[in-house]
Design a protein around this ligand. Structure first.
Ligand code: GLN
Length: 191
């Protein structure tokens, strides 16, 4: 069974723990660089990306995270997707540039600030919860769009990494976490 770390500095990491279990993985909470050593893949959860970035810096986790993701898969949801993006606007802030997407924060405006929607996951319907979600404005040529909402990409995979702007850990549908676990299982761990 593969071990999936869940960055547990801030945000909704506990819901991911249960989702990883449902999808057949072994979840562990990650708070230090040593915790990362035990992981085959890592989830960066939703929460508040500015705060999470500050905590990563304070805990001296940015460099260990870079080294980890050079070999192993990472999956970012919502704030996690913002942290992994190439560039971030509204307001702009630094990001790790691990996946070639540009995102705009809190982009869906007040009316649908948070909502339950149906997204199109490769022709199949999927329930998706958005909470002050970012919008993916650009997907690089290596990116594969796995789901869209009103034409916007909301689930993107690139190489061994993936992001969603919605929260698959909050719905019972295991498909997204299962796909991540497949990536973790097939990733060789080599650069
Ligand atoms: N709006 C948050 C941010 O910009 C993300 C929201 C979430 O992760 N649910 O960081």
């Amino acid at each position: 069974m593969k071990t999936v770390g869940i960055l547990a500095l801030q945000g909704d990491f506990d819901a991911h723990r249960k989702a990883v279990e449902r999808a057949g993985g072994r979840p562990i909470e990650v708070r230090t660089a040593q915790d990362l050593d035990a992981c085959d893949g890592l989830i960066v959860p939703g929460g508040e990306s500015t705060t999470m970035l500050k905590l990563l810096d304070i805990e001296k986790l940015i460099e260990p995270l870079r080294q980890f993701t050079a070999r192993k898969p990472v999956f970012g949801t919502c704030a996690g997707a913002i942290l992994l993006a190439h560039s971030v606007t509204r307001p702009s802030q630094p990001s790790l540039d691990l996946i070639d997407i540009d995102v705009e924060r809190n982009a869906y405006g007040r009316q649908i600030d948070s909502c339950v929607a149906r997204v199109d996951a490769g022709g199949k319907d999927m329930e998706a919860i958005f909470i002050r979600a970012p919008k993916i404005l650009r997907v690089g040529s290596g990116g594969k769009i796995l789901a869209t909402y009103n034409g916007d990409p909301v689930w993107v995979e690139q190489g061994r990494h993936m992001v969603t702007t919605f929260h698959p850990e909050l719905t019972p549908d295991p498909r997204v976490h299962q796909r991540f676990l497949e990536r973790v299982a097939t990733s060789s761990g080599r650069v």
